[in-house]
Design a protein around this ligand. Sequence first.
Ligand code: NA7
Length: 538
Amino acid sequence: MAGAAPDFDAVVIGAGFSGIAMLKSLRDKLGLKVKVYEAGDTVGGTWYWNRYPGARCDSDSYIYCFTWDRQLLQDWEWTERYPEQPEILSYLEHVARRHDLKRDMQFNTRVTGAEFDEGANLWRVHTDKGDSVTARFLITAVGTLSATNIPPFKGLEQFKGKWYHTSQFPKTGVDFTAKRVAVVGTGATAVQAIPEIAQQAKHLTVFQRTANYCVPARNGKVDPDLVKARKADYDNIVKRIRESFFGQEHYFIPKSALEVPDEEREREFDRMWDAGGFAFWLANYQDMFFDQRANELCADYIRRKIRRTVKDPAVAEKLIPKGYYYGTKRQPLDTNYYETFNKDNVLLVDAATDGPIEEITGKGIRAGGKEYEFDIIVFATGFDAMTGPLKALNLRGRGGRKLEEQWADGPHTYLGIAVAGFPNLFTITGPQSPSVLTNMPVAIEQHVEWITECIDAMRKSGKTSIEATPDAQDQWVAHVNEVVSQTLMPSANSWYMGANIPGKPRTFLPYLGPEGVGGYRKKCDEIAAKGYEGFALA
Ligand code: NA7
């Protein structure tokens, strides 16, 4: 490429789904010289780090994979509807081997900083292993839920037992047999882990700050005839998920929940509940995310399910969500979650009724003035979502401007893929793109394809620099906020809103565009077709 010759055409940070796809695309489609840095000791990203019991994907396996390897779509056999973490990891290992990707990946290496050199028009990238390399393009593939959140509980250092965050479990696993265990948190991760840990542990205590609306996953083997039919129809499936709202084969019912007779609505709710997975969340009545009364009908249905499942009425009441609308926090999918609270060896400590966690002691956790003793504490306390992993990279753009300072009041991006003042930086599934609201591989592939086409177009036209204009960025941020303000989403204290991290600016992090990831794809393609409207090219 033109300009000063860098060490690499592109440096990619991260070797999860995004980094794998980006390397493959830039190296094998465009013939670029690419280097991937990865903190883990192999590929996998999320699926490398999250090894807690019960860790599995919440999207159906037949669409939770790369679609650019059509042969592999035919050859790969998933064992379950939602594959477990080791199976997804082995899939990603297989892809890396099959496409000989590891030769351009450097593992056990964390990027510690990168600055844009305006004079040379390239990025200088530094790692904790002492690498210092230059690249024309810097592409972050760092994931959205990868900056671990361990709340600064008072006294954690004095705890005499063992403690783990769910995203940092030892590779050897943790043996909970005959142990007194605490799980802190009741998000999507905890909902997967709690039933598994309860089966092993002598006693499990769950510390709940906010109850969640859980719906059944209905995991299991997939009917071989259905698998066969899907394999025969993959071209259409891929087209459908790419054009869909959520990157899934889920579509809202094009009616108001309020306009249909009670019996019809109940039948539809039963149907979605029985189907399991995200159907209840993403294929519900179209006004569920907009209208408080429509939303209340869904919430009421789930409350009835909880009361029917949990035998002790006092425990059931604690498990019933209060104070926020259904679906405005990430939908956890459960397998025997509510049933687990019927077990004799499981106790629920609810912040509202039993008192919040006050401190960690040498022996366990003090909450509501009472000390509970444990051998092991598991923190399922989530992540500094979306902006956390990017801010941690110490990126400096034009004039040495720091990304974390530029985003002090929340993210400012153009399309969630570029940042004004940071030329030649692309952020795969960055904040203000559909990202975490979709089946991630679909969102990832859309960004990877768009970035590849952009770099290819630049090459063909002899350009070496692309940068979002401040105006385009301001308009995008305003648009992201305007669209979501018409929904119920901003009202919840969710990680989508940054509300789980004390001091984090309250702003909706992903993009909930009117037509979802499918509409966003069209928008990005139109921008490219107009000569990268909103970007300055040089
Ligand atoms: P989440 O969804 O952020 O859940 C974290 C849980 O930990 C949630 O119940 C929190 O309560 C709780 N939490 C967080 N901080 C504290 C403190 N300080 N005290 C007590 N409880 C606390 O993370 P997950 O890992 O479950 O899921 C993340 C995503 O990964 C998931 O959505 C999928 O996309 C995959 P809160 O609700 O904030 O009151």
